[in-house]
Design a protein around this ligand. Structure first.
Ligand SMILES: [Fe+2]
Length: 230
């Protein structure tokens, strides 16, 4: 399998390029627009045909690469059914399967960080977006976020996965590349709570500043801007 984890230093975003082998169909999860040329170069070097691009949710800290990649490769833009994006080609539902050549992902609706957040399960690993981070969880204080929904997504969906499942988040701010469900269940400080109320209490008192790019990134991602429009 081809599995590349790329990093945007400006927003600390992880992007994933996935294909079954050289010369096959590929998909990209959470691309960052400024790195489009880098993605295209990797695709060309490995003779991959980009057929699908997925955003785990509407990002507030960077402009998505979905639309520039769509413009250049005609790939299908995929998000959850309640995404506010005006340009998504394929809106998926909870438990729906996403296929490319020899690869299948299962979409799992995990609202809380935003109301359009999905995670994607692929065999031994899950792409958790900002729902579950390494030693953290996504904030719940904008874009229709909900600490109660986040609790359900974390405790009743993600933490119910097999404990050896690898966790690949959309961000890490400390240089960690992946984790496991077991490790997060045992060590993630946000997950050491005994009730929904306790979790909500933590999340509702974080007092975080808004992301620097938020006022630019959210409207750009909803409208589907490409490089020449930003
Ligand atoms: Fe986010």
């Amino acid at each position: 399998m081809i599995f590349k984890q790329l990093f945007d230093t400006k927003s600390s975003t992880y992007t994933y390029i996935i294909a079954s082998d050289k010369g096959r169909e590929a998909l990209i999860i959470d691309p960052v627009i400024e790195h489009t040329n880098e993605y295209i170069k990797i695709l060309e070097e490995l003779e991959l045909k980009l057929v699908k691009v997925i955003d785990t949710h509407i990002h507030a800290d960077h402009i998505t690469g979905l639309n520039e990649l769509n413009k250049r490769t005609n790939c299908t833009r995929v998000m959850g059914e309640n995404s506010k994006s005006e340009v998504i080609d394929l809106k998926i539902k909870d438990n729906e399967k996403i296929n490319i050549e020899n690869i299948q992902l299962k979409a799992i609706y995990t609202p809380g960080h935003t109301d359009c957040s999905y995670s994607y399960l692929m065999n031994d690993r899950i792409f958790t977006g900002d729902t579950l981070l390494i030693n953290g969880t996504g904030r719940t204080d904008f874009q229709n976020g909900s600490s109660y929904d986040a609790y359900d997504s974390l405790f009743n969906k993600l933490l119910k996965l097999p404990e050896k499942t690898l966790v690949f988040p959309a961000h890490d701010y400390n240089g960690k590349k992946y984790s496991t469900i077991e490790n997060e269940r045992n060590n993630n400080p946000r997950l050491q709570v005994n009730s929904k109320e306790e979790y909500a209490d933590i999340m509702n008192n974080l007092k975080l500043a808004n992301p620097k790019m938020m006022d630019i990134a959210v409207p750009a991602n909803v409208k589907g801007l490409t490089l020449d429009q930003i």
